[in-house]
Design a protein around this ligand. Structure first.
Ligand SMILES: Cc1cc2nc3c(=O)[nH]c(=O)nc-3n(C[C@H](O)[C@H](O)[C@H](O)COP(=O)(O)O)c2cc1C
Length: 269
């Protein structure tokens, strides 16, 4: 029964349509793609992007064939990725509802632009970083075209990005798209410990495990501490004795009077 191939999947898992694969991969910074052909610039939000080569630096974007941007990039063979920050949240969503063949979106949204270094498409102000690309390959895949872009120039605002994304003041943070009209931004950075070259992997893993156990013990102790406080509050008459209520909620759950919601182990099965 310990063979991972015959072990049944845990019961709490749910099946989802295959299209969910794309949404599971969301969460990276959303970009506004600017492109330009015959003196007319366009902009569209895009979440499907990825790095594809470090030497030379290349990235890829998936643009649906129905998009006006697809036409523009097909002709101009270049594009720019602009990384919008928190103040552009509503603009990003709105720009995704308009088609550049019918309306000049940059003008309509009164987006300020500045000059590119290597391409012709404009760069958008109020963004945190910019990547200028020329197309080296266009691969039609289903209803999208994957444009592979050679990176020609990169600029960043150091308030948002030093050698990685920074968690600075809210208005400087990049927007991350979660699907629908939901976005997020980074709120905390946690750093993993780097193993030393001489460290034996068995010892390191044993240490990590011990640390995890310590953290679990810590959490348990904190919970017990909170329950002790609650017990004392009841004894001193500053809180209601909720023994009866506890039973009504569920045998494994307790009422947290402090916050008015149920605490305890999540229900199983
Ligand atoms: C947050 C967000 C992310 C999007 N990501 C993509 C994407 O990765 N690829 C794509 O083809 N369309 C994407 N879209 C949809 C296009 O931005 C939208 O259809 C836009 O109106 C196209 O503009 P255009 O016709 O002027 O090129 C996205 C929309 C939003 C709001």
């Amino acid at each position: 029964m310990n063979d991972p191939l015959i072990r049944p999947a845990p019961e709490h898992l749910e099946d989802r349509p295959n299209a969910t694969a794309a949404r599971l991969l969301l969460g990276g910074p959303v970009v506004l793609v600017t492109s330009m052909w015959r003196g007319r610039a366009n902009v569209m939000p895009l979440a499907w992007h990825m790095p594809v080569s470090t030497d030379p630096p290349m990235i890829a974007i998936a643009v649906e064939q129905s998009r006006h941007t697809n036409e523009v990039i097909r002709h101009s063979q270049e594009f720019v990725l602009n990384f919008p920050t928190r103040p552009l949240l509503h603009h990003v969503q709105y720009l995704g509802a308009l088609h550049g063949d019918r309306v000049d979106k940059i003008e309509a949204a009164q987006l300020e632009t500045f000059a590119p270094i290597k391409v012709t498409a404009p760069l958008l102000s109020s963004c945190a970083a910019w990547i200028e690309c020329s197309v080296v390959e266009a691969i039609p895949l289903g209803d999208h075209t994957l444009y592979v872009g050679l990176v020609n120039a990169v600029q960043v605002d150091p308030a948002t990005f030093d050698d990685g994304w920074v968690v600075g003041p809210e208005e400087t943070r990049a927007l991350h798209f979660l699907g629908g009209n939901r976005y997020s931004f980074l709120s905390r950075i946690v750093e993993a410990r780097m193993p030393q070259h001489a460290d034996a992997p068995e010892r390191i893993l044993a240490e990590f495990l011990a640390e995890e156990l310590e953290m679990t013990r810590d959490a348990r102790e904190k919970r017990e501490e909170r329950l002790d406080v609650l017990k004392r509050e009841i004894e001193d008459g500053r809180a209601l004795d909720v023994t009866g209520l506890e039973l009504e909620v569920s045998p494994e759950h307790l009422l947290d009077l402090g916050r008015g919601h149920v605490i305890g182990e999540p229900p199983r099965g």
